[in-house]
Design a protein around this ligand. Structure first.
Ligand code: UFG
Length: 322
């Protein structure tokens, strides 16, 4: 069993991964600036409040905690915001990562799992998407993740820092019992926004119904956050056993349209989800679905919670807790 440093462990996916690491018998420590993290998502005594760009402090934490590996989530993640303030995304996501990697190299921590994204592919040439499709981000958020992926390629080649880059599709749901869930401020993601519409009666806007898809709305691959968390566990364990650097898509392989998600919310809550149809949102590809067979074959991971109603049920349970 290992000691894992989880950067961004007070965030949505980071906190779930920290929870599953502990359940698997690993010890964890969370490093988070708390600029956007949620205090409630970190158990008492587990948080080291540090900004990643403070490399000296990160080094100190790595030494004091005697970490064996790092899982690196800490980053800004709102696509729209990244279009408005690209510099903030490069400073925080790329600058923060570089500072972390410098600290890891200096303290001899050579295993890293990196939180990457399907946004690295932009508008993909073919769907389902395999990992060999080229980098083609269409927003600064995606570009910031691609830059870090490329940096990791060089650090593997010349500095023996081994890394697994996990490219997530649409993370959603919540782990029942954990008390954890999705709490972004502002919230931009589809499932929590539809649930909020059910709760408040204020309509959610569906961004476009004139896409070249069967019902005209965008198709995405919704992956339960607990399945995503488990992908991190197998990835870090693989690295700790000496596995080499690689990149994997993490999705279910099943695409669901915005209208199908809305229908699932209505089924699960038993209530109408008030909505209006608005214009398309800039930069939304019509369809993003993962081919995650490489992850399944290489690391033996399987999505266990792919049923959309089950995902929505878990998100609804969390949303009702307020
Ligand atoms: N949508 C709406 N109305 C809303 C919000 C979203 O119709 O109010 C639609 C979007 O147009 C999209 C789908 O719901 O078709 C999902 O949108 P999300 O904002 O929930 O998620 P994205 O697919 O835009 O983004 C996710 C991650 C990003 C990542 C991206 C990869 O949140 O971090 O997938 O493409 F970059």
């Amino acid at each position: 069993m290992a000691k894992i440093l989880v950067t961004g462990g007070a965030g949505y996916i980071g906190s779930h991964t920290r929870y599953f690491l502990e359940k698997s018998g690993h010890t964890t420590v969370v490093l988070d600036s708390m600029e956007r993290g949620d205090q409630r998502a970190v158990p008492a005594g587990m948080l080291r409040q540090v900004d990643l760009r403070d490399s000296a402090k990160v080094k100190q934490v790595l030494r004091e905690e005697k970490a064996d590996a790092v899982i690196h989530f800490a980053a800004y993640m709102a696509v729209g915001e990244s279009n408005e303030r690209p510099e903030a995304y490069f400073i925080n996501n790329v600058g923060g990562s570089l500072s972390l990697f410098e600290a890891m190299l200096e303290t001899g921590v050579k295993c890293l799992v990196f939180s990457s994204t399907a946004a690295a592919y932009g508008i993909p040439g073919k769907v389902p998407i395999t990992e060999d499709q080229p980098y083609a981000p269409i927003n600064p958020y995606g570009e910031s993740k691609v830059m870090v992926e490329k940096i990791l390629g060089w650090l593997d080649k010349f500095r023996e820092l081994r890394s697994i880059r996990l490219r997530y599709f649409n993370a959603c749901g919540a782990e029942p019992e954990s008390g954890l869930g999705e709490r972004h401020d502002p919230e931009t993601h589809l499932i929590p926004l539809i649930l909020r519409a059910v709760q408040t009666g204020k309509p959610v806007t569906l961004f476009g119904d004139d896409y070249p898809t069967p019902d005209g709305t965008c198709i995405r691959d919704y992956i339960h956050v607990s399945d995503l968390a488990e992908a991190h566990i197998v990835a870090v364990e693989y690295l700790l056993k000496g596995g080499g650097s690689d990149a994997f898509n993490v999705g279910t392989g099943g695409g669901r349209s915005v209208k199908e998600v809305l229908a699932a919310v209505e089924r699960v809550t038993g209530k109408k989800a008030p909505h209006t149809i608005g214009p398309r949102r800039e930069g939304d590809p019509p369809s993003l679905v993962a081919d995650s067979s490489k992850l399944q074959k290489t690391l033996g991971w399987r999505p266990k919670r792919a049923d959309l109603d089950g995902i929505v049920r878990d998100a609804w349970e969390f949303a009702q807790k307020g």
